[in-house]
Design a binder for this molecule. Structure first.
Ligand SMILES: [Zn+2]
Length: 613
Protein backbone atom coordinates (compact mmCIF):
# COMPACT_ATOMS: atom_id res chain seq x y z
CA UNK A 1 0.00 0.00 0.00
CA UNK A 2 2.51 2.60 1.04
CA UNK A 3 5.23 0.77 -0.82
CA UNK A 4 5.89 2.81 -3.87
CA UNK A 5 9.61 2.27 -4.20
CA UNK A 6 10.51 1.36 -7.77
CA UNK A 7 11.26 -2.30 -8.26
CA UNK A 8 14.60 -1.62 -9.98
CA UNK A 9 15.72 0.51 -7.06
CA UNK A 10 15.12 -2.37 -4.64
CA UNK A 11 16.99 -4.69 -6.95
CA UNK A 12 19.87 -2.21 -7.20
CA UNK A 13 20.12 -1.99 -3.41
CA UNK A 14 20.07 -5.76 -3.04
CA UNK A 15 22.75 -6.26 -5.67
CA UNK A 16 25.10 -3.66 -4.28
CA UNK A 17 24.68 -4.65 -0.66
CA UNK A 18 27.23 -7.00 0.85
CA UNK A 19 25.09 -9.57 2.65
CA UNK A 20 28.13 -11.11 4.37
CA UNK A 21 29.19 -7.78 5.80
CA UNK A 22 25.72 -6.85 7.04
CA UNK A 23 24.96 -10.25 8.56
CA UNK A 24 28.44 -10.25 10.18
CA UNK A 25 27.24 -7.47 12.42
CA UNK A 26 24.82 -9.94 13.99
CA UNK A 27 26.51 -13.32 13.53
CA UNK A 28 30.14 -14.39 13.66
CA UNK A 29 30.73 -15.84 10.20
CA UNK A 30 33.52 -18.10 9.04
CA UNK A 31 34.36 -18.83 5.43
CA UNK A 32 33.77 -22.39 4.29
CA UNK A 33 34.52 -22.73 0.60
CA UNK A 34 32.25 -20.41 -1.33
CA UNK A 35 29.92 -19.85 1.61
CA UNK A 36 30.08 -18.44 5.11
CA UNK A 37 28.90 -20.24 8.20
CA UNK A 38 27.94 -19.31 11.73
CA UNK A 39 25.67 -20.00 14.67
CA UNK A 40 22.07 -19.31 13.73
CA UNK A 41 20.65 -16.15 15.31
CA UNK A 42 17.10 -17.50 15.02
CA UNK A 43 17.40 -20.68 17.05
CA UNK A 44 19.84 -21.78 19.70
CA UNK A 45 22.54 -24.20 18.58
CA UNK A 46 26.08 -25.26 19.34
CA UNK A 47 27.30 -26.32 15.91
CA UNK A 48 26.83 -23.87 13.07
CA UNK A 49 24.09 -24.61 10.54
CA UNK A 50 23.50 -21.03 9.44
CA UNK A 51 24.84 -20.39 5.94
CA UNK A 52 25.33 -17.24 3.90
CA UNK A 53 25.79 -17.53 0.17
CA UNK A 54 27.40 -14.32 -1.15
CA UNK A 55 27.04 -15.31 -4.76
CA UNK A 56 23.30 -15.63 -4.49
CA UNK A 57 23.05 -12.99 -1.75
CA UNK A 58 20.92 -15.28 0.39
CA UNK A 59 21.08 -16.97 3.78
CA UNK A 60 19.69 -20.28 4.96
CA UNK A 61 19.68 -22.25 8.21
CA UNK A 62 19.63 -26.04 7.97
CA UNK A 63 18.58 -26.23 11.61
CA UNK A 64 15.41 -24.16 11.60
CA UNK A 65 14.92 -23.73 7.84
CA UNK A 66 14.76 -19.98 8.03
CA UNK A 67 16.22 -18.30 5.01
CA UNK A 68 15.91 -15.39 2.65
CA UNK A 69 17.68 -12.33 1.35
CA UNK A 70 19.23 -9.39 3.15
CA UNK A 71 15.89 -7.62 3.53
CA UNK A 72 14.09 -10.54 5.10
CA UNK A 73 17.13 -11.09 7.37
CA UNK A 74 16.80 -7.58 8.78
CA UNK A 75 13.01 -7.84 8.96
CA UNK A 76 13.36 -10.94 11.11
CA UNK A 77 16.40 -9.97 13.14
CA UNK A 78 15.58 -6.32 13.76
CA UNK A 79 11.81 -6.48 13.48
CA UNK A 80 11.88 -4.05 10.58
CA UNK A 81 9.18 -3.59 8.00
CA UNK A 82 10.14 -4.26 4.40
CA UNK A 83 10.38 -0.55 3.74
CA UNK A 84 12.63 0.02 6.74
CA UNK A 85 14.88 -2.84 5.72
CA UNK A 86 15.29 -1.48 2.19
CA UNK A 87 16.00 1.96 3.60
CA UNK A 88 18.58 0.65 6.07
CA UNK A 89 20.44 -1.31 3.42
CA UNK A 90 20.28 1.59 0.96
CA UNK A 91 21.78 3.92 3.54
CA UNK A 92 24.64 1.53 4.25
CA UNK A 93 25.36 1.06 0.60
CA UNK A 94 25.20 4.77 -0.03
CA UNK A 95 22.38 4.66 -2.55
CA UNK A 96 20.09 7.68 -2.21
CA UNK A 97 16.56 6.65 -1.31
CA UNK A 98 13.93 7.85 -3.78
CA UNK A 99 11.39 10.17 -2.24
CA UNK A 100 8.04 8.54 -1.88
CA UNK A 101 5.24 9.76 -4.12
CA UNK A 102 2.04 9.46 -2.14
CA UNK A 103 -1.49 9.89 -3.37
CA UNK A 104 -3.58 12.41 -1.36
CA UNK A 105 -5.48 9.56 0.36
CA UNK A 106 -2.24 7.79 1.22
CA UNK A 107 -0.78 10.98 2.61
CA UNK A 108 -3.86 11.49 4.73
CA UNK A 109 -3.70 7.90 5.99
CA UNK A 110 0.02 8.31 6.81
CA UNK A 111 -0.66 11.51 8.71
CA UNK A 112 -3.46 9.88 10.64
CA UNK A 113 -1.26 6.93 11.51
CA UNK A 114 1.42 9.26 12.87
CA UNK A 115 -1.19 11.14 14.84
CA UNK A 116 -2.49 7.84 16.25
CA UNK A 117 1.03 6.93 17.36
CA UNK A 118 1.73 10.33 18.92
CA UNK A 119 -1.55 10.47 20.80
CA UNK A 120 -1.11 6.95 22.17
CA UNK A 121 2.42 7.79 23.26
CA UNK A 122 1.24 10.94 25.04
CA UNK A 123 -1.65 9.09 26.66
CA UNK A 124 0.67 6.32 27.90
CA UNK A 125 2.97 8.93 29.44
CA UNK A 126 0.02 10.64 31.07
CA UNK A 127 -1.35 7.42 32.63
CA UNK A 128 2.11 6.49 33.86
CA UNK A 129 2.70 9.95 35.30
CA UNK A 130 -0.60 9.78 37.18
CA UNK A 131 0.32 6.37 38.60
CA UNK A 132 3.83 7.20 39.68
CA UNK A 133 3.79 10.92 40.49
CA UNK A 134 0.30 12.29 41.14
CA UNK A 135 -1.84 12.00 44.24
CA UNK A 136 -4.90 10.79 42.31
CA UNK A 137 -2.85 7.79 41.20
CA UNK A 138 -1.96 6.63 44.70
CA UNK A 139 -4.82 4.12 44.83
CA UNK A 140 -3.49 2.47 41.70
CA UNK A 141 0.07 2.31 42.94
CA UNK A 142 -1.07 0.81 46.23
CA UNK A 143 -3.05 -1.81 44.34
CA UNK A 144 -0.03 -2.83 42.23
CA UNK A 145 2.26 -2.85 45.27
CA UNK A 146 -0.31 -5.01 47.04
CA UNK A 147 0.09 -7.47 44.20
CA UNK A 148 3.89 -7.35 44.56
CA UNK A 149 4.51 -5.66 41.24
CA UNK A 150 7.86 -3.90 41.39
CA UNK A 151 8.88 -0.62 39.80
CA UNK A 152 10.97 -2.20 37.07
CA UNK A 153 8.01 -4.28 35.95
CA UNK A 154 5.73 -1.23 36.03
CA UNK A 155 8.17 0.46 33.67
CA UNK A 156 8.71 -2.51 31.34
CA UNK A 157 4.94 -2.85 30.85
CA UNK A 158 4.33 0.90 31.03
CA UNK A 159 1.55 0.39 33.54
CA UNK A 160 -0.48 3.46 34.45
CA UNK A 161 -3.56 4.76 36.16
CA UNK A 162 -6.58 6.61 34.79
CA UNK A 163 -7.91 8.91 37.52
CA UNK A 164 -11.55 8.69 38.52
CA UNK A 165 -12.53 11.80 36.51
CA UNK A 166 -14.63 12.41 33.40
CA UNK A 167 -12.07 14.60 31.69
CA UNK A 168 -8.58 13.73 32.99
CA UNK A 169 -7.21 12.62 29.65
CA UNK A 170 -9.33 15.07 27.65
CA UNK A 171 -7.86 18.04 29.52
CA UNK A 172 -4.31 16.73 29.38
CA UNK A 173 -4.55 16.14 25.63
CA UNK A 174 -6.11 19.54 25.04
CA UNK A 175 -2.88 21.11 26.29
CA UNK A 176 -1.11 19.25 23.48
CA UNK A 177 -3.57 20.42 20.90
CA UNK A 178 -5.45 17.14 20.59
CA UNK A 179 -9.12 17.60 19.79
CA UNK A 180 -11.75 15.60 21.67
CA UNK A 181 -12.97 14.22 18.31
CA UNK A 182 -9.54 12.71 17.69
CA UNK A 183 -9.65 10.92 21.04
CA UNK A 184 -13.07 9.57 20.11
CA UNK A 185 -11.80 8.37 16.75
CA UNK A 186 -8.94 6.47 18.39
CA UNK A 187 -11.16 5.00 21.10
CA UNK A 188 -9.79 6.98 24.05
CA UNK A 189 -12.87 9.14 24.66
CA UNK A 190 -16.62 8.73 24.17
CA UNK A 191 -19.00 11.18 22.55
CA UNK A 192 -22.43 11.83 24.03
CA UNK A 193 -25.31 13.68 22.37
CA UNK A 194 -27.99 15.13 24.62
CA UNK A 195 -31.38 13.85 23.40
CA UNK A 196 -33.21 17.06 24.23
CA UNK A 197 -31.00 19.88 23.01
CA UNK A 198 -28.59 17.99 20.75
CA UNK A 199 -25.57 19.33 22.61
CA UNK A 200 -22.47 17.18 22.08
CA UNK A 201 -20.16 16.42 24.99
CA UNK A 202 -17.19 14.15 25.57
CA UNK A 203 -15.82 12.05 28.40
CA UNK A 204 -12.82 9.78 29.04
CA UNK A 205 -13.25 6.10 28.21
CA UNK A 206 -10.91 4.98 30.99
CA UNK A 207 -11.78 6.23 34.48
CA UNK A 208 -10.63 4.96 37.88
CA UNK A 209 -8.77 2.06 36.36
CA UNK A 210 -5.30 0.52 36.32
CA UNK A 211 -4.05 0.98 32.76
CA UNK A 212 -2.31 -1.81 30.89
CA UNK A 213 -0.58 -0.27 27.90
CA UNK A 214 -0.63 -2.52 24.87
CA UNK A 215 2.64 -2.11 23.00
CA UNK A 216 3.43 -3.32 19.52
CA UNK A 217 6.57 -5.22 18.66
CA UNK A 218 8.54 -1.98 18.43
CA UNK A 219 7.35 -0.92 21.88
CA UNK A 220 4.95 1.76 20.60
CA UNK A 221 1.68 2.06 22.53
CA UNK A 222 -1.25 1.09 20.30
CA UNK A 223 -4.08 0.49 22.76
CA UNK A 224 -4.97 0.28 26.43
CA UNK A 225 -6.71 -2.11 28.76
CA UNK A 226 -8.20 -0.88 32.02
CA UNK A 227 -9.05 -2.78 35.19
CA UNK A 228 -11.19 -1.55 38.06
CA UNK A 229 -9.86 -1.72 41.63
CA UNK A 230 -13.14 -2.75 43.22
CA UNK A 231 -15.96 -5.07 42.20
CA UNK A 232 -17.66 -2.71 39.77
CA UNK A 233 -18.35 -3.82 36.24
CA UNK A 234 -17.02 -4.24 33.69
CA UNK A 235 -13.91 -5.53 35.42
CA UNK A 236 -11.85 -5.07 32.25
CA UNK A 237 -12.29 -2.49 29.54
CA UNK A 238 -10.21 -2.36 26.36
CA UNK A 239 -9.61 0.10 23.54
CA UNK A 240 -12.09 -0.63 20.76
CA UNK A 241 -10.96 -1.82 17.34
CA UNK A 242 -9.94 1.06 15.10
CA UNK A 243 -8.32 1.25 11.69
CA UNK A 244 -4.93 1.17 13.42
CA UNK A 245 -5.58 -1.35 16.16
CA UNK A 246 -6.85 -4.90 15.77
CA UNK A 247 -7.05 -7.02 18.88
CA UNK A 248 -6.63 -10.27 17.00
CA UNK A 249 -3.43 -9.09 15.34
CA UNK A 250 -1.50 -8.24 18.50
CA UNK A 251 -0.32 -9.98 21.63
CA UNK A 252 0.17 -8.47 25.06
CA UNK A 253 3.84 -8.59 26.05
CA UNK A 254 5.19 -9.20 22.54
CA UNK A 255 7.37 -6.05 22.78
CA UNK A 256 9.84 -7.87 25.02
CA UNK A 257 8.75 -11.48 24.56
CA UNK A 258 9.83 -11.76 20.93
CA UNK A 259 13.44 -11.85 22.05
CA UNK A 260 12.76 -14.19 24.95
CA UNK A 261 10.79 -16.60 22.79
CA UNK A 262 13.68 -16.92 20.36
CA UNK A 263 16.14 -17.46 23.17
CA UNK A 264 14.12 -20.05 25.06
CA UNK A 265 12.70 -21.73 21.98
CA UNK A 266 9.01 -21.53 22.86
CA UNK A 267 6.25 -19.06 23.69
CA UNK A 268 4.34 -19.23 26.93
CA UNK A 269 0.80 -18.18 26.09
CA UNK A 270 -1.23 -16.90 29.04
CA UNK A 271 -4.75 -15.64 29.47
CA UNK A 272 -4.54 -12.25 31.10
CA UNK A 273 -2.56 -9.09 31.70
CA UNK A 274 -1.76 -9.89 35.33
CA UNK A 275 -0.54 -13.40 34.52
CA UNK A 276 1.81 -12.03 31.90
CA UNK A 277 3.14 -9.37 34.26
CA UNK A 278 3.61 -11.69 37.23
CA UNK A 279 5.28 -14.43 35.20
CA UNK A 280 7.60 -11.94 33.47
CA UNK A 281 8.56 -10.52 36.85
CA UNK A 282 9.35 -14.05 38.06
CA UNK A 283 12.04 -14.24 35.38
CA UNK A 284 10.31 -15.65 32.31
CA UNK A 285 10.91 -13.47 29.29
CA UNK A 286 8.88 -15.49 26.77
CA UNK A 287 5.33 -14.73 28.00
CA UNK A 288 2.46 -13.23 26.02
CA UNK A 289 -1.32 -13.01 26.39
CA UNK A 290 -3.96 -12.96 23.70
CA UNK A 291 -5.70 -9.68 24.62
CA UNK A 292 -8.95 -10.91 26.05
CA UNK A 293 -10.12 -12.59 22.87
CA UNK A 294 -9.96 -16.17 21.74
CA UNK A 295 -6.61 -16.81 20.12
CA UNK A 296 -6.66 -15.94 16.41
CA UNK A 297 -4.87 -17.48 13.47
CA UNK A 298 -2.99 -14.24 13.05
CA UNK A 299 -1.71 -14.35 16.62
CA UNK A 300 -0.63 -17.94 16.08
CA UNK A 301 1.32 -16.84 13.02
CA UNK A 302 3.04 -14.09 15.01
CA UNK A 303 4.19 -16.64 17.58
CA UNK A 304 5.34 -18.97 14.83
CA UNK A 305 7.78 -16.34 13.61
CA UNK A 306 9.79 -16.65 16.81
CA UNK A 307 9.59 -20.33 17.76
CA UNK A 308 7.83 -23.47 16.63
CA UNK A 309 6.55 -24.43 20.06
CA UNK A 310 3.91 -22.92 22.33
CA UNK A 311 3.02 -23.84 25.89
CA UNK A 312 -0.50 -22.77 26.81
CA UNK A 313 -0.96 -21.66 30.42
CA UNK A 314 -4.60 -20.56 30.56
CA UNK A 315 -6.80 -20.58 33.65
CA UNK A 316 -7.68 -23.96 35.11
CA UNK A 317 -11.45 -23.29 35.28
CA UNK A 318 -13.86 -24.68 32.72
CA UNK A 319 -13.76 -21.51 30.59
CA UNK A 320 -9.97 -21.75 30.58
CA UNK A 321 -10.08 -25.39 29.53
CA UNK A 322 -12.46 -24.54 26.68
CA UNK A 323 -10.15 -21.72 25.58
CA UNK A 324 -7.13 -24.05 25.77
CA UNK A 325 -8.85 -26.60 23.52
CA UNK A 326 -9.68 -23.92 20.95
CA UNK A 327 -6.28 -22.24 21.05
CA UNK A 328 -4.50 -25.59 20.81
CA UNK A 329 -6.34 -26.47 17.63
CA UNK A 330 -5.54 -23.14 16.02
CA UNK A 331 -1.87 -23.52 16.93
CA UNK A 332 -1.77 -27.06 15.58
CA UNK A 333 -3.38 -25.86 12.33
CA UNK A 334 -0.49 -23.45 11.98
CA UNK A 335 1.94 -26.32 12.32
CA UNK A 336 3.12 -25.42 15.80
CA UNK A 337 4.05 -27.87 18.52
CA UNK A 338 1.62 -27.38 21.38
CA UNK A 339 1.94 -28.24 25.05
CA UNK A 340 -0.22 -27.39 28.03
CA UNK A 341 0.87 -26.25 31.47
CA UNK A 342 -1.24 -27.88 34.17
CA UNK A 343 -1.35 -26.33 37.62
CA UNK A 344 -3.50 -28.10 40.17
CA UNK A 345 -5.26 -26.28 43.00
CA UNK A 346 -4.65 -22.78 41.64
CA UNK A 347 -6.61 -20.73 39.16
CA UNK A 348 -3.77 -19.30 37.10
CA UNK A 349 0.02 -18.80 36.96
CA UNK A 350 -0.27 -15.51 38.86
CA UNK A 351 -1.86 -17.33 41.80
CA UNK A 352 0.64 -20.17 41.46
CA UNK A 353 3.53 -17.76 41.93
CA UNK A 354 1.97 -16.43 45.13
CA UNK A 355 2.18 -19.93 46.61
CA UNK A 356 5.29 -21.34 44.95
CA UNK A 357 8.72 -20.25 43.76
CA UNK A 358 9.56 -19.40 40.16
CA UNK A 359 11.84 -22.45 40.22
CA UNK A 360 8.76 -24.56 40.86
CA UNK A 361 7.02 -22.97 37.87
CA UNK A 362 10.04 -23.71 35.73
CA UNK A 363 9.77 -27.36 36.73
CA UNK A 364 6.09 -27.41 35.85
CA UNK A 365 6.90 -25.96 32.45
CA UNK A 366 9.47 -28.66 31.84
CA UNK A 367 6.77 -31.19 32.64
CA UNK A 368 4.08 -29.60 30.49
CA UNK A 369 1.99 -32.23 28.73
CA UNK A 370 1.33 -32.38 25.00
CA UNK A 371 -1.90 -30.88 23.73
CA UNK A 372 -3.11 -34.31 22.61
CA UNK A 373 -2.55 -35.65 26.11
CA UNK A 374 -4.39 -32.69 27.58
CA UNK A 375 -7.32 -33.19 25.27
CA UNK A 376 -7.33 -36.91 25.98
CA UNK A 377 -7.41 -36.40 29.73
CA UNK A 378 -10.17 -33.91 29.36
CA UNK A 379 -12.28 -36.24 27.23
CA UNK A 380 -11.74 -39.13 29.62
CA UNK A 381 -12.69 -37.05 32.60
CA UNK A 382 -15.95 -35.95 31.04
CA UNK A 383 -16.80 -39.30 29.60
CA UNK A 384 -14.76 -42.24 30.87
CA UNK A 385 -14.61 -44.94 28.19
CA UNK A 386 -15.87 -48.28 29.47
CA UNK A 387 -16.32 -50.43 26.39
CA UNK A 388 -14.22 -51.06 23.31
CA UNK A 389 -16.57 -48.97 21.12
CA UNK A 390 -16.23 -46.14 23.68
CA UNK A 391 -12.48 -46.33 23.33
CA UNK A 392 -12.65 -46.38 19.56
CA UNK A 393 -14.83 -43.32 19.60
CA UNK A 394 -12.41 -41.55 21.89
CA UNK A 395 -9.55 -42.29 19.51
CA UNK A 396 -11.57 -40.96 16.59
CA UNK A 397 -12.19 -37.78 18.57
CA UNK A 398 -8.46 -37.22 18.85
CA UNK A 399 -7.52 -38.41 15.38
CA UNK A 400 -7.94 -35.04 13.61
CA UNK A 401 -5.46 -33.44 16.01
CA UNK A 402 -3.02 -36.31 15.79
CA UNK A 403 -3.20 -36.20 12.00
CA UNK A 404 -2.21 -32.54 12.05
CA UNK A 405 1.16 -33.48 13.49
CA UNK A 406 3.66 -33.17 10.67
CA UNK A 407 6.26 -35.41 12.28
CA UNK A 408 5.73 -39.18 11.87
CA UNK A 409 7.77 -39.88 15.01
CA UNK A 410 5.62 -37.58 17.09
CA UNK A 411 2.48 -39.10 15.64
CA UNK A 412 3.62 -42.55 16.61
CA UNK A 413 4.38 -41.27 20.09
CA UNK A 414 0.72 -40.23 20.48
CA UNK A 415 -0.47 -43.53 19.13
CA UNK A 416 1.69 -45.38 21.64
CA UNK A 417 0.44 -43.18 24.43
CA UNK A 418 -3.17 -43.95 23.54
CA UNK A 419 -2.49 -47.65 23.25
CA UNK A 420 -1.00 -47.71 26.76
CA UNK A 421 -3.69 -45.52 28.29
CA UNK A 422 -6.56 -47.45 26.76
CA UNK A 423 -5.06 -50.92 26.95
CA UNK A 424 -5.29 -51.50 23.23
CA UNK A 425 -2.62 -52.71 20.85
CA UNK A 426 -0.66 -50.08 18.98
CA UNK A 427 -1.90 -51.58 15.75
CA UNK A 428 -5.53 -51.18 16.74
CA UNK A 429 -4.98 -47.53 17.61
CA UNK A 430 -3.17 -46.88 14.36
CA UNK A 431 -5.87 -48.59 12.35
CA UNK A 432 -8.56 -46.53 14.02
CA UNK A 433 -6.69 -43.31 13.29
CA UNK A 434 -5.90 -44.17 9.70
CA UNK A 435 -9.60 -44.66 8.95
CA UNK A 436 -9.91 -40.90 9.28
CA UNK A 437 -6.72 -40.31 7.36
CA UNK A 438 -8.34 -40.61 3.96
CA UNK A 439 -5.21 -39.53 2.24
CA UNK A 440 -2.78 -41.83 3.89
CA UNK A 441 -2.73 -44.90 1.71
CA UNK A 442 -2.81 -43.18 -1.64
CA UNK A 443 -0.40 -40.50 -0.67
CA UNK A 444 2.04 -42.82 0.92
CA UNK A 445 2.18 -44.67 -2.36
CA UNK A 446 2.79 -41.51 -4.32
CA UNK A 447 5.35 -40.17 -1.93
CA UNK A 448 7.34 -43.36 -1.95
CA UNK A 449 7.30 -43.64 -5.68
CA UNK A 450 8.26 -40.09 -6.20
CA UNK A 451 10.96 -40.06 -3.59
CA UNK A 452 12.45 -43.24 -4.97
CA UNK A 453 12.81 -41.57 -8.32
CA UNK A 454 14.28 -38.43 -6.86
CA UNK A 455 16.65 -40.05 -4.43
CA UNK A 456 19.46 -40.00 -6.93
CA UNK A 457 19.28 -36.28 -7.40
CA UNK A 458 17.85 -34.97 -4.14
CA UNK A 459 20.13 -35.28 -1.18
CA UNK A 460 19.03 -37.11 1.92
CA UNK A 461 18.64 -34.11 4.16
CA UNK A 462 15.92 -32.81 1.92
CA UNK A 463 13.80 -35.92 1.98
CA UNK A 464 11.27 -37.01 4.54
CA UNK A 465 14.20 -37.90 6.82
CA UNK A 466 14.45 -34.44 8.33
CA UNK A 467 11.35 -34.43 10.48
CA UNK A 468 11.98 -30.83 11.39
CA UNK A 469 11.71 -29.93 7.77
CA UNK A 470 9.41 -27.00 7.28
CA UNK A 471 6.94 -29.07 5.38
CA UNK A 472 3.72 -27.21 5.18
CA UNK A 473 1.01 -26.32 7.23
CA UNK A 474 -1.57 -28.66 6.01
CA UNK A 475 -1.26 -32.34 5.78
CA UNK A 476 -3.34 -32.33 2.62
CA UNK A 477 -0.25 -31.58 0.57
CA UNK A 478 1.60 -34.82 -0.03
CA UNK A 479 5.34 -34.51 0.43
CA UNK A 480 5.95 -35.73 -3.11
CA UNK A 481 3.85 -32.92 -4.54
CA UNK A 482 5.49 -30.39 -2.28
CA UNK A 483 8.91 -31.52 -3.41
CA UNK A 484 7.83 -31.55 -7.05
CA UNK A 485 6.67 -27.94 -6.76
CA UNK A 486 10.00 -26.95 -5.27
CA UNK A 487 12.00 -28.65 -8.00
CA UNK A 488 9.84 -27.12 -10.74
CA UNK A 489 10.48 -23.67 -9.31
CA UNK A 490 14.20 -24.23 -9.00
CA UNK A 491 14.44 -25.37 -12.61
CA UNK A 492 12.32 -22.48 -13.82
CA UNK A 493 14.34 -19.94 -11.85
CA UNK A 494 17.53 -21.28 -13.39
CA UNK A 495 16.03 -21.36 -16.83
CA UNK A 496 12.94 -19.16 -17.28
CA UNK A 497 12.35 -20.62 -20.73
CA UNK A 498 11.06 -23.76 -19.00
CA UNK A 499 8.07 -21.82 -17.67
CA UNK A 500 6.28 -22.45 -20.95
CA UNK A 501 6.57 -26.22 -20.44
CA UNK A 502 4.96 -25.97 -17.04
CA UNK A 503 2.12 -23.84 -18.39
CA UNK A 504 1.58 -26.27 -21.25
CA UNK A 505 1.16 -29.24 -18.96
CA UNK A 506 -0.39 -27.98 -15.77
CA UNK A 507 -3.30 -25.69 -15.02
CA UNK A 508 -2.50 -22.34 -13.43
CA UNK A 509 -4.02 -23.28 -10.10
CA UNK A 510 -2.18 -26.57 -9.64
CA UNK A 511 0.09 -25.11 -6.95
CA UNK A 512 -0.68 -26.39 -3.48
CA UNK A 513 1.63 -23.97 -1.68
CA UNK A 514 0.50 -20.42 -2.23
CA UNK A 515 4.01 -18.96 -1.92
CA UNK A 516 5.11 -21.32 -4.68
CA UNK A 517 2.40 -20.06 -6.98
CA UNK A 518 3.37 -16.49 -6.19
CA UNK A 519 7.02 -17.18 -6.96
CA UNK A 520 6.14 -18.87 -10.23
CA UNK A 521 3.94 -16.01 -11.36
CA UNK A 522 6.14 -13.14 -10.27
CA UNK A 523 9.75 -14.12 -10.10
CA UNK A 524 12.36 -14.72 -12.70
CA UNK A 525 16.03 -15.29 -12.15
CA UNK A 526 16.90 -11.63 -12.43
CA UNK A 527 14.34 -10.43 -10.00
CA UNK A 528 13.80 -12.14 -6.73
CA UNK A 529 12.76 -9.13 -4.80
CA UNK A 530 9.33 -8.65 -6.11
CA UNK A 531 7.19 -7.04 -3.47
CA UNK A 532 3.51 -6.29 -3.69
CA UNK A 533 2.31 -8.12 -0.64
CA UNK A 534 2.42 -7.72 3.13
CA UNK A 535 5.59 -8.06 5.19
CA UNK A 536 4.69 -11.42 6.66
CA UNK A 537 4.01 -12.89 3.23
CA UNK A 538 7.26 -11.41 1.91
CA UNK A 539 9.28 -13.14 4.61
CA UNK A 540 7.50 -16.42 3.90
CA UNK A 541 8.18 -16.10 0.18
CA UNK A 542 11.86 -15.33 0.76
CA UNK A 543 12.09 -18.32 3.07
CA UNK A 544 10.59 -20.61 0.44
CA UNK A 545 13.00 -19.20 -2.12
CA UNK A 546 15.98 -19.90 0.11
CA UNK A 547 14.73 -23.46 0.59
CA UNK A 548 14.35 -23.88 -3.16
CA UNK A 549 17.88 -22.66 -3.79
CA UNK A 550 19.21 -25.05 -1.16
CA UNK A 551 17.81 -28.09 -2.99
CA UNK A 552 20.71 -30.12 -4.21
CA UNK A 553 19.52 -31.25 -7.62
CA UNK A 554 21.20 -32.26 -10.80
CA UNK A 555 20.17 -29.68 -13.35
CA UNK A 556 22.03 -31.26 -16.24
CA UNK A 557 18.90 -33.14 -17.24
CA UNK A 558 16.61 -30.28 -16.41
CA UNK A 559 13.90 -31.03 -18.91
CA UNK A 560 13.61 -34.68 -17.92
CA UNK A 561 13.47 -33.81 -14.24
CA UNK A 562 10.83 -31.18 -14.95
CA UNK A 563 8.64 -33.66 -16.81
CA UNK A 564 9.00 -36.15 -13.95
CA UNK A 565 7.77 -33.55 -11.51
CA UNK A 566 4.91 -32.55 -13.77
CA UNK A 567 3.70 -36.11 -14.19
CA UNK A 568 4.00 -36.74 -10.47
CA UNK A 569 1.69 -33.80 -9.82
CA UNK A 570 -0.70 -34.96 -12.53
CA UNK A 571 -0.83 -38.47 -11.11
CA UNK A 572 -1.65 -37.28 -7.63
CA UNK A 573 -4.31 -35.01 -8.99
CA UNK A 574 -5.94 -37.76 -11.01
CA UNK A 575 -6.03 -40.05 -8.03
CA UNK A 576 -7.73 -37.48 -5.91
CA UNK A 577 -11.42 -38.31 -5.80
CA UNK A 578 -14.35 -36.05 -5.08
CA UNK A 579 -14.40 -36.99 -1.44
CA UNK A 580 -10.81 -35.81 -1.11
CA UNK A 581 -11.67 -32.59 -2.84
CA UNK A 582 -14.53 -31.97 -0.45
CA UNK A 583 -12.25 -32.51 2.51
CA UNK A 584 -9.76 -30.11 0.99
CA UNK A 585 -12.43 -27.51 0.44
CA UNK A 586 -13.57 -27.69 4.05
CA UNK A 587 -9.97 -27.38 5.18
CA UNK A 588 -9.38 -24.30 3.04
CA UNK A 589 -12.61 -22.78 4.26
CA UNK A 590 -11.51 -23.34 7.84
CA UNK A 591 -8.18 -21.69 7.10
CA UNK A 592 -10.06 -18.69 5.77
CA UNK A 593 -8.88 -19.19 2.20
CA UNK A 594 -12.22 -18.54 0.53
CA UNK A 595 -10.78 -18.11 -2.95
CA UNK A 596 -9.04 -21.45 -2.68
CA UNK A 597 -12.17 -23.14 -1.36
CA UNK A 598 -14.20 -21.71 -4.23
CA UNK A 599 -11.73 -22.96 -6.80
CA UNK A 600 -11.97 -26.46 -5.34
CA UNK A 601 -15.76 -26.22 -5.27
CA UNK A 602 -15.71 -25.31 -8.94
CA UNK A 603 -13.58 -28.30 -9.71
CA UNK A 604 -15.97 -30.57 -7.81
CA UNK A 605 -18.82 -29.15 -9.89
CA UNK A 606 -16.98 -29.78 -13.14
CA UNK A 607 -16.10 -33.32 -12.18
CA UNK A 608 -19.66 -34.10 -11.17
CA UNK A 609 -20.80 -32.75 -14.53
CA UNK A 610 -18.41 -35.14 -16.21
CA UNK A 611 -20.02 -37.91 -14.18
CA UNK A 612 -17.01 -38.60 -11.97
CA UNK A 613 -17.27 -39.73 -8.39
ZN1 LIG B 1 18.38 -21.59 12.62
Amino acid sequence: MDYRIPEDFIEEVRRQADIVEIISEHVVLKRTGKNFQGLCPFHSEKTPSFNVNPERQMFYCFGCQIGGNIFSFLMKKQNMTFLEAVRAVAERTGIPFPEKELSPQEREHEQKRNRFKDIHEWAARYFSDVLLNRPEGRRGLEYLQGRNIDLETIKVFRLGYAPDKWDGLLKEMATKGVAAEELVEFGLAIQKVNQKDGVVSFYDRFRGRIIYTILDIRSSPIAFGGRVLDDSLPKYLNSPETSFFHKGGNLYGIHFAHRGIREVGYSLLLEGYMDTIAVRQAGFSNVVASLGTALTKKQARILKRYAKKVIIGYDSDSAGIEATLRAGEILLEEGLKVEVLTLEDVKDPDEFLKKHSSEELRKRLENAITFIEFKYKNLVQNNPPRTIPDKAELIRGLAPDILKTPSPAEREGYERYLSLELGLTLEAVQREISILDKHSRKNKYNQQNFLKKQDISVKKRNTIEGTEFDYPLDSFVPLGVFRAEQIILRLVLENPLLKAKVRENLEDNFWRIKEHQYIFQNYSEKNYNYYDTDDFAYEEIQKRLAQIYELDIDTSKAEMLLMDCISSIQNTKNKENIEDLQARMIKLEKLGDMAGALAVLQEIGERLKRGEK
